[in-house]
Design a protein around this ligand. Sequence first.
Ligand code: PPE
Length: 329
Amino acid sequence: MMGAVTAASPAAPVSPAPAGGVDAGIRAGMIWFNGAMVPQAEASVSVLSHALHYGTSVFEGLRAYATRRGPAVFRLQEHTRRLFDSARIMRMPVPFSEDVVNDAILSTVRVNGWPACYIRPLIWRGGQTLGVNPMPCPVQAMVATWEWGAYLGEEALLQGARLITSAWVRLPAGAMPGKAKAGGNYVNSALARMDAISAGFDEALLLDQNGFVAEGTGENIFFVRNGTLYAIASSVNLEGITRDSVIQIARRMGLRVEETMATRDQLYAADEVFMTGTAAEVTPVSEIDYRPIGSGRAGPLSLELRQRYLKAVQGEDEQFVHWLTDVNP
Ligand code: PPE
């Protein structure tokens, strides 16, 4: 009988809850939790939190980089602005100002002493009553930090990532607010990412409901053709801050940059494809749907833009130092 548990196929053992409740695999040190700095083990919430049941959260992802002046957060104001825009879209009244959240981000990096780290602010509907209506539930907030290396692995970074178009369509604009970085949107991303990984690929390429390229599960997409850089524009993708940074860096290099919608076959025939995101930074793509892109290796312009992006985030490019906020002023 399908699914029956026999002596030969024992049920997976039930693992005991880890001491402290949560996330034993992530070392986040001190977490800013509703206005106080607490150890990770104490930053826990009720299992009856609205967000846990219905995905009613909004979040951000930032990075702090090691610079000559110590750690600095990349494009802090822009990320906090987008976090509050996401909250507005989700009708979540945030009990803190943008300035308080900016301070919380800088303090969390500072108290943990990270030279460089990933930063995850999260705002969510907590526990009060269950039922779909979130409005009676309190809005809570936290900022956690941890060390996070190459998003799709070192190999994808060096050789170029291998992508497969997902059978899951990116959430249509009439169904979900793609411009909000809302927790619930990431159910779509998680489904696509699981299937891509199970099929042996690094990442999924998501199309919109009309077949146009939308984005990766956590990255924006660019391509190069005949020397022009094209940034994918879509009504359903996230307006990436890395995407904006790379467009500005490319224009300063004197490259021709256009924002455009594109079909998957335009990517197949491109000279180069790469992905951008705070976690992924600039990750070259070497293959999509079994078709090698260009030479089938990380493209030269992708690698050059990656180098220039890394210089900018580390404060090594004078033209873009205004993007950095020192953690220890
Ligand atoms: N699209 C999606 C769907 C997305 O999640 C991200 C960021 C981007 C585009 C690029 O946005 P930006 O970081 O502003 O350039 N994804 C974040 C979460 C990744 C995760 O796995 O968690 C990130 O990169 O921090």
